[in-house]
Design a protein around this ligand. Structure first.
Ligand SMILES: *Cc1c(COP(=O)(O)O)cnc(C)c1O
Length: 397
């Protein structure tokens, strides 16, 4: 019996320009990183508030580590639920204005957990076509019928709600991870209320960034827990640590503790991560300048890039993609920036739809105005060949 022919799948991926390789980071996360021995100015992390390498998080983690050591040692339901986890859950419930919150080791498993615990065969899950992969995979795991609607099209959402059977759960990203635009939540709330469907928002990219106090996309729109009963957020983006949470009513959280297999059958995150995240939440509250500076950089970047003729997406978040079309074009533009000392990785299918490969530029509160100007300077060199050519590389395809 031979091994499966993996080589063939790998070679096919290479031939399509979709082969993926990892860069090895040799420094802390931040605007200036060392990659393959070379220092580059990076615009592609999700460290939106610049907290991933903040020394206060490191200190908080060190204190927790001297207190309780490194590993949680068990799953939450056995004996791995430490006081630090518990404190963080209470702080997250408070931060999101909800009765309770539940920690997950990753955002991926949080979405799998919610959808598989709350939905079953006979139920319907309705999702935006551009939702994060983990929401789509969660629906698959649940066995419910999955209906998808055209991105941000509330008419299409309503049509799907009419087709649903059993209990219906609608799940959307608050901020779309590869486009940077927001879900039209107020309209979606109304549609869900009319259809008696449950609404879940994954706010991985809004939390800490949007809203006056950084509470995310719901705060941006002024929506409360009764309008969006299920809120999921991740800790590995703006909060700079790792893991995720779901917040909602006490009953929702109790349901997840009982039935979410991706919660139950996994080791709790190291308690030191919870301790560091508690510090992040304090910083989010105490340092509004991070959000203000970030907004300033977003505005500066958009003005500069639009003036050079780049077509940007309708995003006012730190996610500012430049869509170029083909995978080859995205890789070539990424290389051209790299030659100018700037790192922005190309995003290709299946992460984004075929024909919409892009450079996903992200800004963070740790970037300086001068660094954004450096990015704009490099883009200015490339604009004559790239920006006007209707999402095609020079020479076209
Ligand atoms: C990153 C992300 C996730 C997954 O979170 P991890 O903690 O990285 O597993 C889920 N949803 C969205 C929208 C994300 O961007």
């Amino acid at each position: 019996m031979g091994l499966p022919d993996w080589r063939q799948s790998i070679e096919a991926r290479k031939a399509q320009g979709l082969y993926r390789q990892r860069l090895c980071l040799e420094s802390a996360q931040g605007p200036l990183v060392t990659v393959q021995g070379e220092q580059v100015l990076a615009f592609c992390s999700n460290d939106y508030l610049g907290l991933a390498s903040d020394s206060r998080l490191v200190d908080a983690a060190s204190v927790a580590m001297s207190d309780v050591g490194f590993g949680a040692g068990a799953s939450h339901l056995v004996i791995g639920h430490h006081r630090y986890h518990h404190q963080l859950e209470e702080a997250l419930a408070d931060f999101t204005g909800r009765e309770a919150a539940l920690l997950f080791s990753t955002g991926y498993s949080a979405n799998l957990g919610v959808l598989s615990a709350l939905c079953d065969r006979g139920d319907t899950v309705v999702e935006d076509k551009l939702n994060h992969a983990s929401l789509l995979d969660g629906a698959r795991l649940s066995g419910a019928r999955l209906l998808r609607f055209q991105h941000n099209d509330t008419g299409a959402l309503k049509a799907r709600l009419d087709q649903g059977g059993g209990q219906t759960l609608v799940a959307v990203d608050g901020v779309f991870s590869m486009d940077g635009d927001l879900a039209p939540l107020p309209e979606q709330v109304a549609a869900c209320e009319a259809a008696h469907a449950l609404l879940m928002v994954d706010d991985a990219h809004g939390l800490g960034v949007l809203g006056r106090t950084g509470r995310g996309t719901l705060e941006h729109y002024g929506l409360d827990a009764s309008q969006v009963p299920i809120l999921m957020g991740t800790l590995g983006k703006a909060l700079g640590t790792s893991g995720a949470f779901v917040a909602g009513s006490r009953d929702l959280i109790d349901m997840l503790v009982q039935f979410a297999r991706p919660y139950i059958y996994t080791t709790a995150m190291p308690p030191l991560i919870a301790a560091a995240t508690l510090k992040s939440l304090e910083i989010v509250a105490q340092e509004p300048w991070r959000r203000a500076h970030l907004q300033h950089l977003i505005h500066r970047f958009r003005q500069g890039a639009l003036a050079q003729g780049w077509r940007l997406m309708s995003s006012h978040t730190p996610i500012q993609p430049i869509q170029v079309g083909t995978t080859e074009a995205a890789l070539a533009l990424s290389d051209a920036l790299r030659q100018r000392g700037i790192l922005v990785t190309a995003i290709r299918p299946p992460t984004v739809p075929v024909g919409s490969s892009r450079l996903r530029i992200t800004l963070t509160a740790a970037h300086t105005e001068a660094q954004v100007d450096q990015l704009l300077g490099a883009l200015e060199d490339l604009a004559p060949a790239w920006a006007g050519s209707s999402q095609m590389p020079p020479g076209g395809h």
